[in-house]
Ligand binder design. Structure first.
Ligand SMILES: [Zn+2]
Length: 274
């Protein structure tokens, strides 16, 4: 992919993702959605002969910034192999987990969905999960217990699975994909975020977390290919924000700088077999 130039911000806003995912499924966007990432919709429509998709499986690995992807390009092979379409995004400010996921799944800016700092209240505005329910679709969230994604989209009439940590989340997601009972599955992992906050973005622990994210995405992708053969499925891999190291100390995020704000998402389409 094209290399990031120093101090250049991506232009495509993360608030366009929810509208794009809904367009790919042929349903109305959440009510406060501020745009549509049209390139992603075009990719999906082309890959499905304009049919769109009836399943979306989203893997959300926390805190992988674009520069980390570029620096450790070879360590992200499973992301690229299984989801070859790369979509650059500018995440929302401040680049904190609940702020970013709030915008990712409402299509709304932080001032509109209400989370503007590191806090985890239930979002009261319309979300993609509400939009899916109105269209008669079944969404679910599989997340690490206590994480932002285990809290901010709660209190909807939908299924939630909160597990001890990343591996348990992925195990549960594999089981859920096998059963094929949901139209839209969000799967959240956090090891890289934990590792870089405890150490720094390029530490051995952080690199091990990248490796495990890739292994987990590979497992999820393989299960999609095996179990969702009766569907057109969009498989996505979407981090929330990036990361930087503060004065050779710990890893952090929350600043309006390209390292924190620029992210890449990966998408792949798996068409039905019959
Ligand atoms: Zn995060």
């Amino acid at each position: 992919m094209e290399k990031l130039k120093n101090n250049e911000f991506n232009t495509e806003k993360l608030t366009g993702l929810a509208g794009a995912l809904c367009a790919c499924m042929g349903i109305d966007a959440p009510k406060c959605s501020e745009g549509v990432t049209q390139d992603l919709v075009d990719y999906v429509m082309k890959a499905t002969n304009n049919e769109g998709v009836d399943r979306i499986v989203m893997y959300n690995p926390d805190a992988i910034g674009q520069w980390i992807y570029e620096k450790y390009y070879d360590k992200f092979k499973a992301f690229r192999d299984n989801a070859p379409y790369e979509q650059k995004f500018l995440t929302v400010f401040p680049p904190k987990t609940p702020v970013c996921f709030g915008s990712m799944y409402t299509g709304a800016s932080p001032a509109v969905h209400g989370i503007q700092k590191y806090e985890k209240p239930v979002i009261r505005i319309d979300t993609i999960f509400d939009a899916l329910k109105r269209a008669g679709k079944r969404p679910c969230i599989v997340a690490v217990k206590g994480s932002s994604l285990s809290k901010i989209f709660n209190e909807r009439n939908m299924d939630y699975y909160f597990e001890a940590y990343d591996k348990e989340v992925v195990d549960k997601a594999i089981d859920i994909i096998k059963r094929d009972e949901y139209d839209f599955i969000v799967i959240y992992n956090q090891e890289y975020d934990d590792a870089m906050h405890r150490t720094h973005p390029k530490s051995l622990w952080s690199k091990a977390a990248i490796k495990r994210y890739n292994q987990s995405f590979e497992r999820i992708a393989n299960q999609v290919k095996e179990s969702l053969t009766n569907h057109n499925t969009l498989l996505g891999c979407g981090p929330d924000h990036g990361v930087h190291r503060e004065w050779y100390l710990l890893g952090q995020h929350g600043k309006n700088i390209p390292k924190d704000m620029n992210i890449v998402h990966w998408y792949g389409v798996y068409s039905k077999k019959n």
